[in-house]
Design a protein around this ligand. Structure first.
Ligand SMILES: Cc1cc2nc3c(=O)[nH]c(=O)nc-3n(C[C@H](O)[C@H](O)[C@H](O)COP(=O)(O)OP(=O)(O)OC[C@H]3O[C@@H](n4cnc5c(N)ncnc54)[C@H](O)[C@@H]3O)c2cc1C
Length: 422
């Protein structure tokens, strides 16, 4: 019987594995709980109305329509039964495997406060991005209808919690939305007066970046009018408000960009997990006690330099996926002594509104416009298809030519439904 490889997750890691196994003598099933691959690094642009969701995603079926050894299934895996070599779906179905690859990414961590989620959505999926966009735009609509100055100001406060790359990018983009995009759209409010507050527990924004870039990012955010509350721990989140060590912030929209947690599915494996719930893998990316189960991307704890786990970023997931495809091809041929996975660190980057970014790659540090151009090019390059690259490029060109008008400012739900929800 043909060897059956099951890949769970159609993110960066899963996609690269399956594409790399194109001509391999095996049957592949790729399963994802959504029907599309999503380019997460640009989710913040969907959340802030710059891009449309279809520009940064592609149906997994479409991606593999010409790869004959691939079967695509939409389904959510809830359990792995290693003894029986089978996985179990949310609806009770099961599927057996010879080799299993868990490329299931990560979700938000609310650090033991799950009730925060209802008031402070995180940004991981297209659904999250749409929800955040709706809340941001709705806040301005509500402010426009306010009858008192205090009510008005309550609607015009946005809080982003966590000043890592996602938090910084979101805060910068929301600042531009209010400062530039919405400038002439309202008759009773001045959107520029809205407050964007970035809350961070550490002493600086972008904690893992070199000091000069952290300082530059901080200044760029201030220039955009973002209020930065560093050294500030969030103690509670309630409807329309954030309690911090430095006081309560009444806010219309609160966005969580503070932490990651691995999927609960990993808890069903017989293996050691780290504090974030990631599976600790061997140098060949499989579980220490099971050479037929691999964990890759954000779900994996792979020890890199100084025994520290590799970060949850796209290049790690992509390189793990490409490595594993080559590894499995060799193993299918019966080859032994396959070299272990090695990560090539290409660096990291974050953008702060338009025309500004920070980037670090080895000893090279870039900031400002040059870094922003590098950021644009790299993001275009990694988008999943030529169509998406072209659409995003055209959207970006139109965005800048049209005074950053952000045409995707759609609130799908009618107002009476939204008023009931929040
Ligand atoms: C907002 C945001 C911005 C980011 N910006 C950057 C950036 O600028 N640069 C960078 O390098 N990295 C960035 N990252 C991180 C990067 O996107 C991730 O490291 C990368 O996506 C990890 O790839 P993955 O394949 O491990 O997981 P993912 O890409 O998350 O894919 C996991 C897939 O598994 C599916 N799945 C999950 N659970 C199940 C289940 N139980 N059953 C079936 N399917 C399941 C999901 O639907 C998803 O499609 C960002 C992440 C986010 C959220």
């Amino acid at each position: 019987m043909e060897h059956h490889i099951v890949v769970i997750g159609g993110g960066f890691a899963g996609l690269n594995i399956v594409q790399g196994l194109k001509n391999a003598p095996c049957k592949i099933t790729i399963i994802d709980k959504t029907n599309s691959h999503v380019f997460q690094p640009l989710l913040y642009q969907v959340a802030t109305a710059s891009l449309n969701e279809s520009s940064i995603s592609k149906p997994i079926r479409e991606i593999f329509k010409n790869q004959q050894n691939v079967d695509v299934q939409m389904g959510c895996i809830v359990q792995v039964d290693q003894e029986a070599k089978r996985i179990i779906f949310h609806d009770g179905r099961d599927l057996t495997y010879d080799t299993l690859i868990l490329a299931i990414g990560a979700s938000h961590s609310y650090f033991g406060n799950p009730h925060f989620e209802a008031f402070a959505p995180g940004l991981k999926t297209l659904e999250d991005a749409n929800r955040i966009r709706e809340r941001l735009l709705l806040a301005f609509e509500r402010a426009e209808k306010s009858t008192t100055p205090s009510e008005l100001m309550e609607h015009m406060v946005f809080v982003v919690i966590g000043a890592g790359p996602t938090g910084v990018e979101l805060a910068g983009s929301i600042a531009e939305l209010k400062n530039v995009t919405l400038k002439k759209n309202f008759r009773h409010i001045d959107p520029k007066k809205a407050r964007v507050i970035l809350v961070e527990g550490f002493s600086e924004v972008l904690p893992p970046y070199p000091e000069s870039l952290r300082k530059r990012a901080h200044q760029d955010l201030l220039d955009l009018g973002v209020e930065i509350w560093t050294n500030t721990k969030v103690t509670n989140i309630v409807a329309h408000g954030v309690e911090t060590e430095k006081g309560f912030i009444k806010a219309e929209a609160i966005i969580w960009a503070a932490g990651n947690e691995a999927s609960k599915v990993l808890k069903t494996l017989h293996t050691e997990l780290d504090r974030q719930g990631r599976a600790i893998v061997t140098p060949h990316l499989h579980l220490p006690g099971d050479p037929n189960v691999f964990v890759v991307g954000d779900a994996a704890h792979f020890k890199g330099k100084n025994e520290l786990p590799l970060p949850g970023i796209a290049p790690v997931a992509i390189q793990m996926g490409s490595y594993l495809a080559k590894y499995l091809k060799k193993r299918l041929k019966g080859q032994k002594d396959i070299p272990p996975f090695k990560y090539f660190d290409k660096g990291m980057m974050a953008t702060i509104g338009s025309f500004r970014a920070v980037a670090v790659s080895g000893k090279l540090k870039l900031q400002g416009f040059v870094a922003w151009i590098a950021w644009l090019l790299i993001h275009l390059l990694y988008l999943v298809s030529f169509r998406n690259r072209l659409i995003v490029l055209i959207d970006w060109i139109l965005h800048y030519l049209s005074g950053r008008s952000r045409p995707n400012r759609v609130i799908i739900k009618p107002v009476e439904e939204l008023d009931k929800e929040t």
